[in-house]
Design a protein around this ligand. Structure first.
Ligand code: FAD
Length: 431
């Protein structure tokens, strides 16, 4: 079979390369790190997680949990590594970020059909190619893609949450608990009184933010909005978002605090914790001043401050087929965040399908499009059929799946039925 090029060894490119090689087709995997870094990556490992260490919900009553299960059933290297390197996170699948990426790197590098080339690609290669260079695609390649697609890319900033050294947290002020006591107690919770919350809110909305470059428009993923932007939307907004106290009664008093900030384990050793939902664009000195107002964090040491980064994605409804093939060139595939799927798992899932299809093309087989009833198929359908003019990146969600024939009022039962139908449709299709 001809060798397939994969550009970018992130979440999508790693998964694509794995799927192609496992199909018996040789792969040349190009990754520019460590020769050239992105503004958000810190290592040279494949599939590095640039922000949260959580791959979000794991249960089948959540669409991203269903997506993971579909991927497990298709031999996903990313979900396989995540299951193997999981850290406690209640109902979510969170990982030790270093061992997770190391596991993926070594499985791919050791595959006999994979050749890794550490090089920045600056133009679109000839031959079967999967482009998976992510939201931080290097400038030269971004220009080449823009030129090829004949349409404007979109650039905007995204935010990452600060990480704290656990040994500097005042453990007398915080308590260990998962919301509604789901799964094992996994989060450190910092409770706030109404007075503390009001003072904190005031400090947050008046703190100094880092400057944005003039040419970049402010436009955020809804799931990764800077906390100060959320706070600026209204005094109560955070109470319905990352600071919501429901299900987090303080075991010492049995009472529900006015507001709660959650800290999530960030590494297997449990020495680092991140502030859940606190992606931020505040200046570093301001982060220290304002976040030390959080009960328990008065003397916290920040091992990494929150930062803001560029993100770019293409207008897939007009440029991509549901097989992840370019509309203009059948041997050119795009995968990952740059196609408008949003999130680590979604990016990997699109890489899985693009990789399988690239391998099928190399073997002279017709490409696959998973049924719309599946989480994977519904995403591919969404990004290629949404309205091009207002196209926005999208997380996996049950709203993308076709409705059930019968109406089920209970949300949990409805999601269970959707998940069951999805897995049946996947099994039948793959047969
Ligand atoms: P990436 O994982 O970024 O992989 C792209 C790879 O291509 C990189 O390794 C890069 O070095 C390489 N590359 C780039 N250009 C070239 C080139 N020209 N030649 C060769 N190699 C190249 N999603 C979540 O689910 N949770 C989060 O908390 C989250 N936080 C995010 C925070 C930030 C700052 C950003 C930017 C995104 C975040 N996302 C998050 C969104 C998204 O899920 C991740 O960006 C995810 O890594 C996307 O996967 P990908 O494979 O498309 O890109």
């Amino acid at each position: 079979y001809p060798t397939v090029n994969v550009i970018g060894a992130g979440l999508a490119g790693s998964e694509a390369a794995w799927q192609i090689a496992e199909a018996g087709v040789p792969v040349r995997l190009y990754e520019m790190r460590p020769v050239k870094q992105t503004p958000a990556h810190h290592t040279e490992n494949f599939a590095e997680l640039v922000c949260s260490n959580s791959l979000r919900a794991n249960g089948l009553t959540n669409a991203v949990g269903l997506l993971k299960e579909e991927m497990r059933r298709m031999d996903s290297v990313v979900i396989g590594a995540a299951d193997k390197t999981a850290v406690p996170a209640g109902g979510a699948l969170a990982v030790d970020r270093d061992t997770f990426s190391q596991e993926i790197t070594s499985r791919i590098k050791n595959h006999p059909l994979v050749m890794v080339v550490n090089e920045e690609i600056t133009s679109l290669p000839e031959g079967i190619t999967v482009v998976a260079t992510g939201p931080l695609t290097s400038e030269a390649l971004a220009e080449a893609i823009q030129e090829y697609n004949g349409s404007e890319g979109f650039y905007f900033y995204d935010a990452a949450a600060p990480i704290i050294d656990k040994s500097t947290i005042d453990m007398d002020k915080v308590y260990l608990k998962s919301r509604y006591d789901k799964g094992e107690a996994a989060y450190l919770n910092c409770p706030m009184t109404e007075e503390e919350f009001n003072a904190f809110h005031q400090a947050l909305v008046s703190a100094e933010v880092a400057e944005l470059k003039a040419f970049e428009k402010e436009k955020y993923f809804e799931g990764c909005m800077p906390i100060e932007v959320m706070a600026g939307r209204g005094i109560k907004t955070m109470l319905f978002g990352p600071m919501k106290p429901v299900g987090l009664e303080d075991p010492k008093t049995g009472k529900r605090p006015y507001a709660v900030i959650q800290l999530r384990q960030d590494n297997a050793a449990a020495s680092l914790y991140n502030i859940v939902g606190f992606q931020t664009h505040l200046k570093w000195g301001e982060q220290k001043r304002v976040f030390r107002m959080i009960p328990g964090l008065e003397n916290a040491e920040f091992v990494r401050y929150g930062v803001m980064h560029r993100n770019s994605f293409m207008n897939s409804p007009e440029l991509l087929k549901a097989t992840y093939q370019s509309v203009n060139r059948e041997d050119l595939f795009f995968a990952g965040q740059m196609t408008g799927v949003e999130g680590y798992v979604e990016s990997a899932a699109s890489g899985l399908v693009a990789g399988r299809n690239a391998a099928r093309l190399a073997k002279g087989l017709a490409p696959i499009t998973l049924p719309r009833e599946t989480a994977m198929g519904s995403m591919a359908y969404y990004i290629t059929h949404a309205e091009g003019k207002h196209f926005q990146p999208m997380n996996a969600n049950f709203g993308l799946l076709p409705e059930l024939p019968e109406r089920i009022r209970d949300k949990r039962l409805r999601y269970e039925a959707l998940a069951e139908r999805a897995l049946e449709a996947q099994t039948a299709y793959l047969k």
